[in-house]
Design a protein around this ligand. Structure first.
Ligand code: AHR
Length: 513
């Protein structure tokens, strides 16, 4: 009897569940665009993100590079279609004095990176290096200005240095440093985490300071105004958003930021290992990640009160998973591995951003290389793509497509105290008329089947790609860089306007119709 029970139980683990999960894609009347800028990234002077990650030095003869920027990285990020890149921080931004990073490299001052590891920052990667790198990547720069320890004049002059065409002290200085044309930078952050590392300010104090700084950030990019982003709330600090929206006139702000990390706790070593975790730990991380939906909704509701026409964007300019650093690495470098857990987290989070595309028009995964939930890891000349990279590359079909609202009724995935939706879904239609549906099976224990009603989509065929692996703990290493990589997917069946999809445990699928 006991043997029969165990046999049935084991068989049930291997079998797809009955199709309980249901979704309806509503194509009719869809008008909201998924702004490509929600696929943005973040590069801070932190650990090996810039030095060793993006930049290996102008005189490096062993790693192929252009002006010190690694070409393997450029190639990978272009394939992923990176739309924007935030720099130079993070916390570092509020210690950064941009004039330290221009002019002859040998003459640039060396400073101590007080936030991240106390290492020497020689300023060899500065404004020209970053903005030229963005041109090489075909990505839009997003510069984060120093409000915490800088001055209004410094930030105002940085705007002039990079954006004024000619005949001003700052454009003349830029030209002396070898760059004739302005770079025309549109995205500007006015400080970072002003409630914390950016100056420990109270919201009403920051709102006033913001007004002062933004007044002097007076530049156009072509015919457009620059896009100024106020330092935003952390996770559920709704009072921060309320105070900013109440006190900053709409004419002075184009975006309000939000940061949300999926983390167990902020104590040292309280964050758990990036690779050695239980299914309960996985569910805990996903529970934190899925809070993004509620946070974005509530911050948006507050913004709606003051800005019902949704002119001001919600900019989630730091998001992702944060674990303990890899054993033996500098605790100030935030270097962590990246598993299928992170791929599922990325897929589900991007689906949340799609759902809120009307208000969330920009976001930045933290961070691009060798730091936190990175898309690329490097080790000297070696480079690998993480499972998170593959999700962002697979999802890039949604960039600038029309969001198709999806109603999802998902089964429950229950682990210990955590009750999560088993699947997450989003959809869009691109300019060529192709519909893409992204599906994530969050359930680590069993496959999930979902039926998707395609209202108003006359699909003739379906094809797709899948990212999955035997275990949620699987990841890529320099010895095995392709252990986790996308593969063709044949688990979707189209019958009339109904799609039935069976998703293996912890998988991310993108379908094209
Ligand atoms: O991304 C790492 C750090 O996290 C950033 O510097 C800061 O803004 C946040 O607290």
């Amino acid at each position: 009897m006991k043997k029969l029970f165990i046999t049935l139980w084991v068989a049930s683990l291997a079998m797809p569940t009955l199709a309980q999960n249901k979704a309806t894609v509503n194509a009719e009347g869809a008008t909201v665009t998924i702004n490509r800028h929600i696929y943005g990234h973040f590069a801070e002077h932190l650990g090996r993100c810039i030095y060793g990650g993006f930049y290996v030095g102008d005189n490096n003869k062993t790693i192929p590079n252009k002006n010190g920027v690694r070409l393997d990285v450029v190639d990978a990020l272009k394939k992923m279609k990176i739309p924007n890149l935030r720099w130079p921080g993070g916390c570092f931004a509020d210690t950064y004095h941009w004039k330290d990073g221009i002019g002859p490299k040998a003459k640039r001052p060396k400073i101590v990176n007080t936030w991240w590891g106390g290492v020497t920052e020689d300023n060899s990667f500065g404004t020209h290096d970053f903005l030229n790198m963005c041109e090489l990547l075909g990505t839009e720069p997003y510069l984060a200005g120093n409000v915490g320890s800088g001055t209004v004049q410094d930030l105002s002059e940085w705007v002039q240095y990079v954006n004024f065409p000619s005949n001003s002290p700052m454009s003349n200085l830029r030209q002396q440093n070898g760059r004739q044309k302005p770079w025309n930078v549109k995205f500007w952050g006015v400080g970072n985490e002003a409630w914390g590392c950016g100056g420990n300010m109270k919201p009403d104090y920051y709102a006033n300071i913001y007004r002062q700084y933004s007044t002097f950030m007076n530049s156009q990019v072509g015919t457009e105004k620059i896009f100024r982003i106020a330092s935003g709330a952390s996770s559920d600090d709704f009072n921060w958003t309320e105070t900013l929206m109440k006190n900053i006139p709409g004419s002075m702000v184009e975006g309000v930021a939000l940061h949300h990390y999926s983390v167990f706790g902020w104590g040292e070593n309280a964050k758990g290992s990036a690779t050695e975790f239980t299914e309960t730990d996985y569910a805990h991380t996903m529970n934190e990640a899925l809070k993004m939906d509620e946070f974005v909704q509530k911050h948006s509701d507050i913004m709606d009160k003051y800005d019902p026409k949704k002119k001001v964007a919600l900019v989630v300019d730091e998001w992702g998973a944060w674990y303990n650093v890899e054993p033996g690495t500098n605790p100030g470098f935030l270097f962590q591995q990246n598993t299928m857990r992170d791929a599922v987290l990325a897929g589900a989070t991007l689906n949340i951003f799609h759902k809120h595309a009307e208000r969330v028009r920009m976001a930045n995964l933290a961070q691009a290389i060798n730091v936190l939930q990175a898309v690329i890891l490097t080790d000297g000349p070696k480079m690998l793509l993480t499972p998170t990279y593959h999700v962002l590359e697979m999802y890039n079909v949604h960039q600038d497509a029309t969001m198709l609202p999806v109603d999802v009724k998902a089964d429950e995935y229950k682990v210990g105290e955590y009750k999560l939706p088993a699947v997450s879904v989003s959809a869009s239609r691109d300019k060529a008329g192709k519909t893409h549906i992204s599906l994530v099976n969050i359930d680590a224990g069993k496959p999930q089947t979902i039926t998707v009603n395609l209202k108003g989509i006359s699909a003739k065929s379906v094809s797709g790609r899948i990212l999955t692996s035997a275990k949620v703990q699987d990841y890529n290493t320099f010895a095995q860089p392709n252990k986790v990589k996308p593969a063709p997917f044949s688990g979707a069946k189209l019958t009339g306007d109904e799609l039935t999809v069976t998703l293996p445990p912890v998988s991310v699928v993108v379908l094209e119709m």
